[in-house]
Design a protein around this ligand. Sequence first.
Ligand code: C2E
Ligand code: CA
Ligand code: CA
Length: 794
Amino acid sequence: YFAKMLEIPKEKIIDNLRPEELFASSEKQKAIKKIIQKRLKGEKFQKYYENEEIITPSNKRLYVKFFTKTIKYEGSFAGLVIGINVTNEIKKDSLIKILKDINHIIIFHETLNEIFYNTAKSLYSNGKFEFVCISVKEKNKLNPKYCLGNYNDKLMEFLKKHLKPSADKNICLAAKYMVENQIMLIEDIEKIDFPNRELLSILKELNFRSLVFVPIFKDKELIAAIGIASKYINDFDENIKFIFEELKKDLEFAVKKIEKEEFFKLLQEAFNKSFAWVVITDSDGKILYANKTVEELSQYSLEELKGKNPKIFKSGFHLPSFYEHLWNSIKEGKIFEGIIVNKAKDGSFFYLRDKIVPVTTPNGERYYISIATDITNEYKLKRQLKIIKENDLITGLLNRESFIKKTSELIKHNQNKKFALLIIDIKDFKLINHFYNKETGDAFLKKFAEYLNSIFFESDIIARLNADEFAVFIEYEDLSSLYKIIDRVINKLKNTKILNTETSINIGISLYPKDGKDISTLIEKALIALEIAKQKGENEFEFYNQEIHKHIEEYQQAKFLIKHALVNEEFEYFFQPYVDSKTLKTAGAESLLRIIHDGEIIPPYKFIEYAEKSALIKEIEKLMFSKYLQYLKEANFPISFNISGASLRDENHIKSLFGNVTNLPIVIELTERELAYNIEYTRKILEFFKIKAIKISIDDFGTGYSSLTYLKDLPIDFLKIDMSFIKNIENSQKDRAIVDTIIDFAHKFNIKTIAEGVENENQVKILQNLECDYLQGFYFAKPMPFEEFKKFLN
Ligand code: C2E
Ligand code: CA
Ligand code: CA
């Protein structure tokens, strides 16, 4: 049995083999030798050796259990050794241990590299092989990557060069196995016909005797190979081939598993990194997975969501039938698509364009995957766009367009009701914009809109029509209730400071159905009324009526006329003389403005009012003043110049007109009203005229405030008694008394008087009796062109 075990003839053992020679290491050999000597000397002891590794003379590795004892044999001391060959069991055990190890490795490692590296390590340390090397396919070659044990550069170079799936069979022994996906076992390299001498010599140099080569495949494709070499023969035999097959399967499984895991990781990463919302639930709707987007949008963490039903996102936006339909479709295996409004943890809403896909696994398990895009912003944008389209962004009120739309709708459905359109204009809003900045202007408008909102009811339609014009469309019962509303708008504002400024407004009003049946007409007419209200002054309002319309038309015409005349220099002065009442000789004249358009003489009443109310009068004066001076010099005679109130109040304007004139017989006519405007300023301006030797005449005297204080305080030269008194002087005792009184007072203050509008001889006589100084009127002369006037003087 012993000879058979060692695979040598009995004769070669007896008297030939020393027992210690069976052991691989020299230490072991020494120890065994000592024990044998002790026994031969007669020392009696017995010993048990568990799984002792011995090497046969043929270089085979065996594992043997020994029982030894000292006995007497043929009269001498001897050693008795009983051995049981357990090689196969031990080899299997150690390889099975490796398999277990590898199972562990596969479970606990996540990358192929880690698995291969640890497998190589386990094979090497547990299998006690000479050389273990796992090659991994890289660029169509097997690259020996995880190599342990005894090897040299020559071997590495050879492997790197020849180990590839398409290797030449005559060079690389493993080529056939790689192609056929088979395990190669070589029990003894010396006993086979080695195709390549070079490799054989390398292997021999390294003392390799038996080899195993395990190709690792994935989907019919070689991806790695395990090579193991032992320095003993028969270390890898058919008996343990199944273990390498197992190892191969394990690793191939690991490769697939890792690939799958990697793919899942990739998917998960994709899910997590994607902007899409991904929720996976089981068949009962329990949440199993939710990605980052879900966490972000819903503000719930994955931990909070796991196990919950997607009801957690319910917003209340959808009817129960909506969810019913959703569940029914997906339960039937249909994909559900739709827009779902969900609620986040903090109560805010988010909008999803959702696709819920039912998925059934091969095991028959049903899952639901919700993949959605967040369309909240899109939705908000849409809404914002609607707001932008419908509302005025500064105030949040409706804009013109949507105001027209809404009011038209209201009228259409309530044709028998009465409505009023109020157009409210903020006075001097342009100044706010001008003196502060646009932001302040905007803030002001916003506050004003708030003010309007506080005054009117929710049912009233309020809008901002343009810069500083607001419109309110209200239903009203009767005019008195409407007056109350208007009164409230104006009066409340007097006590409400908007951005710390006192604000005044004007309101133009038109009424449905009286003034118009559609909103555009109503707006147009309210705007006309507004113009008139503005002319009336601060915090005034006006209802639209026919006369207003005429007025506005005239206004428009006047504006056109003036602008046209300015550009084409159509302005001209006519001159009307006044005479000394005693001698009836011409004492002076008044320049009166005309527009000569296409040969037609246009009188001031057609344009002067508009000119004075707009800034155009100053432009006219600037243009005409030099002409006036020219006439003045040529006539060398006192000629009056009518100056408008607005011009008089503009010191710069006055100085630019009169600053450079000296020693000319200028007379300024200004109305009584202007004196009262700002007494200090008036005094200053009149004194300026005095210094310039310019005479001052108060026009239309008696129609204004007629405060005699002015006569006392101011340097006035003439009073022009308004022609309304002259007109009635013959018949009205009272008017005559007034004229008498005016003349009396004037004389007491050393002021000369001029009577205007003298039309007959009778009036001349009365005025002469009343000692009026000068007389002016059609009785003497009508206003006339300069050439005519010169002749008249001569
Ligand atoms: P006013 O300054 O009181 O001028 C007198 C107006 O009475 C003139 O009308 C003159 O033609 C008219 N008038 C003179 N005598 C009689 C008469 O016997 N009977 C009647 N019924 N009317 C008479 P006109 O030229 O049409 O001017 C009207 C007003 O236009 C002027 O009233 C004045 O307020 C304004 N105006 C005229 N020219 C100028 C100007 O250059 N600058 C300014 N700011 N206003 C001017
Ligand atoms: Ca005048
Ligand atoms: Ca006058």
